[in-house]
Ligand binder design. Structure first.
Ligand code: AMP
Length: 417
């Protein structure tokens, strides 16, 4: 008997999983699926790459199938909310893959794409809807969708939804869904804000945690190189070239840095593209497809744009700059080492950025060894200007401001990319 059937899943679903080479459930799946099948609300802490999508998708599909509701004209019975388009696309793709042997219809709605096309698709009826909160609200107001028959509500990457300021949208959506429902909340990080949110969303949830809180995928090797800020690009191009790495994801903090770095790396002879919220959905999809196919060797991304990217066998991630929000480090390096594959995450640290590393180390409860890459040792003769405004507290305050103002000038909340 397959390990998946012992969890109580429908044999047809199990056959689909076998065909996709899913032989063993991952820990998050092994723990969540039985709880969800027995009707509990679940709050799960699982970082990306752990198989969390299947952990909620499979039991939902199983239950929809068992209820045979899907033979009737489709109304939305399961809603999955995701913070970004990329993540929504990824979840939708997974649902389609797992439901291939069923009559269950899965729909997708996200901002930045034609509302009309999505409205037409919804008119034909869907059983499962994967949506970003803003676009869902547009559709609700236009009466293109109703959630009156909803039975399952999923929040994926709930921590990021809060970071992106979706609290009001979540509350609006909650007013339009039945109180009697099963609710599942997945979050890479479980902190006080998530526990507080869970109180308004979930009913006596079972808590599932697959690894220590705020842990990173265990197969990811983490390296920190000290390097001068103006030599970071050179170091990345050198490593990619000399080691013949083919698929490399690089994170910058801003869209401007992403564009600039991609341009300069192309000059170094490394075919590179950038992906961020200012690029249209069509361009982002095209760039991502080229990266996955190996036509583009390096992809430079901002944090929000990279959420939900699932690239099979992505081995190398660079942090050109460390993120201002320490949790983003976990999300970034979670792009590699997915589903047990090994991965390498290299962070480039220049003078003045040490406090960001300290915050990450505090979050991970681990020290990350700093080292020098031969040929790229930092120039210690460069004088460090004493800066009274550079106290740790001041740096932190500025970092937070910058993080929230990064995409919207000086506004507090980041734009929904
Ligand atoms: P996720 O954390 O949901 O983004 O999943 C990460 C990757 O693991 C995706 O490419 C999934 O297709 C894959 N995956 C999920 N569950 C399993 C499994 N039980 N066996 C093998 N691969 C899996």
């Amino acid at each position: 008997m397959s390990a998946f059937s012992s969890l109580g899943l429908n044999p047809n679903l199990v056959a689909t999983l076998q065909a996709a080479n899913y032989t063993e459930p991952t820990p998050i799946q092994a723990q969540s699926i039985p709880l969800i099948l027995s009707g509990h609300d679940v709050m799960a802490g699982a970082q990306t790459g752990t198989g969390k999508t299947a952990a909620f998708a499979l039991p939902i599909l199983h239950q929809l199938w068992a209820s045979k509701d899907c033979e009737a004209p489709s109304t939305v019975k399961a809603l999955v909310l995701a913070p970004t388009r990329e993540l929504a696309q990824q979840i939708h793709k997974n649902f389609e893959k797992y439901s291939a042997a069923t009559a269950i219809k899965v729909g997708l709605a996200y901002g930045g794409a034609s509302l009309g096309v999505q409205m037409t698709a919804l008119k034909e009826g869907v059983d499962v809807l994967v949506a970003t909160p803003g676009r869902l609200i547009d559709l609700l107001f236009k009466k293109a969708v109703t959630l009156d028959a909803l039975q399952y509500l999923v929040f994926d990457e709930a921590d990021r939804m809060l970071d992106m300021g979706f609290k009001d949208e979540i509350n609006m959506i909650l007013k339009r869904v039945p109180k009697q429902r099963q609710t599942l909340l997945f979050s890479a990080t479980l902190d006080d804000a998530i526990f507080k949110l869970s109180k308004t969303l979930l009913n006596k949830p079972k808590l599932v945690e697959v690894s220590e809180r705020n842990a990173v995928a265990s197969e990811v090797e983490q390296i920190v190189y000290n390097v001068d800020a103006d030599r970071k690009r050179e170091l990345i191009s050198h490593m990619i070239g000399s080691k013949n790495w083919q698929q490399v994801l690089i994170f910058t903090r801003t869209k401007q840095d992403a564009d600039h770095l991609a341009k300069e790396m192309c000059k170094d002879g490394v075919k590179t593209q950038s992906i961020h919220g200012d690029k249209s959905q069509g361009v982002r999809d095209k760039v991502l497809a080229e990266f996955k196919e190996g036509k583009v060797r390096a992809l430079v991304a901002t944090d929000v744009a990279a959420r939900g990217l699932d690239i099979q066998e992505l081995k190398y991630v660079f942090n050109y700059q460390l993120p201002y929000i320490a949790e983003d480090y976990i999300h970034r390096i979670g792009r590699t080492g997915r589903a047990g594959e090994s991965g390498l995450a290299i962070s480039l640290l220049s003078i003045g950025e040490e406090y960001l590393l300290e915050e990450i180390e505090a979050l991970l409860d681990t020290r990350l060894n700093q080292q020098w890459l031969p040929g790229y040792e930092p120039d210690l003769t460069k004088e460090i200007q004493p800066d009274r405004k550079n106290s740790k507290a001041a740096q932190k305050r500025r970092a937070k401001k910058r993080a929230y103002g990064q995409s919207t000038g000086n506004k507090r909340k980041p734009s929904r990319k």
